[in-house]
Ligand binder design. Structure first.
Ligand code: AMP
Length: 174
């Protein structure tokens, strides 16, 4: 089996989590296997081939796991994009719509030098609201979104529509 197929097969579908009707893509079987985790990071790093990347930004919480490992692999810095109230210094905040209501994320105002080239990483692209808000924060800091990279894309939710102005790549599409 090829590396990508092994990763796809290892993902665990959990029906009705966290609420009825959602088929949750559980990535923990990949994290607990050193070969699969290593291959996932290698392949997510390859998605950025040919691009200059100065920083990887990861979205709390699963984006931290992939983003931090990716930053090491690409030999660049890591910037956490966090849920509200978690970052200690001055922040920019972005709100985005959920199915019911809104949520928000924050980044440190001085997280990136002006013009820095950023790889925004997360585990999964669903409706795209979270990643669109995160990309907006990176731009608000004066940095550029070189790539938005996901391990998984749920293409039927058409999240790419919300990310049209950015280069988007994903390893595995359902
Ligand atoms: P969205 O803003 O709709 O693109 O949602 C993306 C975020 O929600 C990601 O950070 C995912 O971790 C999480 N998420 C959404 N849907 C799922 C799903 N079916 N399985 C696992 N995680 C999901």
């Amino acid at each position: 089996m090829k590396r990508l197929e092994k990763i796809r097969t290892a993902l665990r579908d959990v029906p009705d989590f966290p609420k009825p009707g959602i088929l949750f893509k559980d990535i923990t079987p990949i994290l607990s296997d050193p070969l699969l985790f290593g291959d996932t990071i290698d392949l997510m790093a390859e998605m950025a081939q040919g691009k200059k990347i100065d920083f990887v930004a990861g979205i709390e919480a699963r984006g931290f796991i992939f983003g931090a490992a990716l930053a090491r692999k690409l030999n660049c810095g890591f910037v956490p994009i966090r849920k509200p109230g978690k970052l200690p210094y001055k922040t920019y905040k972005a709100e985005y719509a959920l199915e019911y209501g809104t949520d928000s994320i924050e980044v440190h105002q001085d997280a990136f030098p002006k013009g820095a080239s950023v790889y925004l990483a997360d585990d999964l692209l669903a409706t795209g609201g979270t990643a669109a808000a995160a990309a907006g924060l990176i731009q608000k800091c004066g940095a550029e979104v070189a790539l938005i990279g996901f391990l998984i894309e749920l293409s039927f939710l058409q999240g790419r529509e919300k990310l049209k102005e950015n280069p988007v790549r994903s390893l595995i599409t359902f």
